[in-house]
Design a binder for this molecule. Structure first.
Ligand SMILES: [Zn+2]
Length: 178
């Protein structure tokens, strides 16, 4: 059954081209944006993710959601987020809902400050560190069409090549409707 006004969305997997598109700035803060964010929260929760960017549900919209309440981060939707400052660097294991089964240790900033807008268009500023910073950096990359595989070392590329190839083959099959 479909809910009126609620977009029918599902998780988009690599190598869907929408994942490589840079998202345009959001200028209209309306019910559609809120419905999109709500659908993204539902998909993220169902997939046990802690962050999700709109291109991952097939929408080229500058919107991300994140939540992991055990770390004290309530469900957060950020529109038009911008990295304002960053410091430190830390290596953590990272995965992505659009790349099932693929994980890699990646170095990113440890602490960041992000300015964004909420779903009403109000300006917000967020300080994040550790895992929260990692999630925001990963999801902000998605909004520019950058994927975590772009940060892989040569050795990580070689190790994950068979799994990426499988995802590519599965995508080709879906495209042909097989
Ligand atoms: Zn991702």
């Amino acid at each position: 059954m479909t809910t009126p006004g609620r977009p029918e969305l599902s998780l988009v997997l690599y190598p869907d081209p929408v994942l490589r598109r840079k998202t345009p700035t959001v200028t209209v803060f309306d019910g559609n944006l809120r419905s999109l964010a709500e659908a993204m929260f539902e998909i993220m929760t169902a997939e046990r993710g802690i962050g999700l960017a709109a291109p991952q549900v097939g929408r080229s919209v500058r919107l991300l959601v994140a939540a992991f309440e055990e770390e004290g981060v309530p469900p957060t939707a950020l529109v038009n987020p911008k990295l304002v400052s960053s410091s430190g660097s830390v290596v953590m294991t990272e995965g992505c809902l659009s790349f099932p089964g693929i994980f890699a240790e990646l170095r990113r900033a440890e602490s960041i400050r992000v300015e964004a807008q909420d779903l009403d268009g109000e300006k917000i500023s967020i300080e994040a560190d550790g895992l929260y910073a990692r999630v925001l950096l990963h999801e902000m990359d998605h909004l520019d069409g950058r994927l975590f595989i772009d940060l892989f070392s040569h050795a990580q590329r070689i190790r994950t090549r068979p799994a990426l190839r499988e995802l590519e083959k599965a995508w080709e099959r879906r495209k042909k409707g097989v």
